[in-house]
Design a protein around this ligand. Structure first.
Ligand code: ADP
Length: 277
């Protein structure tokens, strides 16, 4: 049975109106997204400038104070006060470090959107990057156990890759920081390196809450934060962009990322990069 002509025309007209509405909504979303990205870019630049100054001043004050503390002839009572001030400055420095990380992540996220993320590859040693990164994180988290499990030394004094060492360290820092943040203070975090099929793998294992399977697929998305996985300690602040940036940084250097996680047992986040031939 055929539709009467005017019903058909009315339906076609209705479809046209709906199409136009969908197109207008899509354009509005795209414009709103672009405004958000511009806003992110301005905010992160504006936040960074005073932070850099605060950081510089805190470090200068710490250096001056440390020099004073080891100088001869300082009264015991004054020394005690100076020690307390030094401790307070160290805490401020720690908070500035956290804030700096958040602002850098914001900047990176806005650069990714604008296709302006900079990666400077060079021939470098992955093992040296891993050792230095673990060392730095251990220094600022002296009470946590971070186990470094490297390949047997006869095979691996060094592992050459062509990558941006700072960006590789940024990804590893992000994995380890998450591992520390999402697991209990007494639980160790292990960093393991292995070479397989021309790829070098870096695994970061924690004994935290693990990630429910229905959430795993989302954690690499921009601004994704699960309300079901709670930070166990350390800074609660997080923007939900660390893993998004990590994935992009590794993929842009011809690598892969992934995670294996068992709820109630823990997670292993990994990335792999090609070994230089
Ligand atoms: P953030 O940690 O700032 O929220 P990320 O992008 O680093 O952002 O991580 C995204 C989400 O992935 C987190 O909110 C958390 O739900 C989950 N996640 C990341 N690392 C772990 C981990 N080691 N254990 C459990 N959940 C994790």
């Amino acid at each position: 049975m055929t539709e009467p002509l005017d019903t058909k025309q009315a339906l076609l007209a209705e479809i046209e109106i709906l199409r136009a509405q969908v197109a207008a909504s899509e354009q509005a979303v795209a414009e709103a997204n672009q405004r958000l990205d511009e806003f992110l870019s301005i905010v992160s630049h504006e936040l960074r400038t005073p932070l850099t100054a605060i950081n510089g001043n805190v470090q200068l004050a710490k250096r001056r104070l440390s020099a004073l503390i080891i100088a001869d002839g300082i009264d015991e009572e004054i020394l005690e006060v100076l020690d307390v001030i030094l401790e307070l400055l160290s805490r401020a420095e720690n908070q500035v470090r956290i804030q700096n990380r958040l602002v850098s992540d914001l900047l990176d996220a806005s650069r990714i959107q604008a296709n302006k993320l900079e990666i400077h590859p060079e021939e470098c040693d992955l093992l040296a990057i891993v050792r230095k990164t673990v060392d730095d994180i251990q220094t600022i988290n002296p009470l946590r156990t971070i186990v470094l499990d490297l390949p047997p030394s006869e095979n691996a004094e060094s592992i050459a890759i062509v990558a941006d060492p700072q960006r590789v360290s940024q990804v590893l820092t992000n994995y380890i920081s998450n591992a520390l943040k999402y697991s209990e203070s007494e639980q160790p975090v292990t960093v393991h390196v292995a070479v397989k099929d021309q790829l070098v793998y870096v695994y970061v294992t924690d004994h935290g809450p693990g990630i429910p399977p229905e959430i795993v697929a989302h954690i690499w998305q921009r601004f994704y934060k699960s309300t079901r996985v709670k930070a166990q300690n350390g800074p609660r602040a997080g923007l939900g962009i660390g893993l998004y940036i990590s994935k992009l940084l590794i993929e842009q250097q011809r690598g892969n990322v992934g995670v294996e996680s068992t709820p109630g047992e823990g997670s292993t986040f990994w990335f792999a990069l090609p070994v230089k031939q």
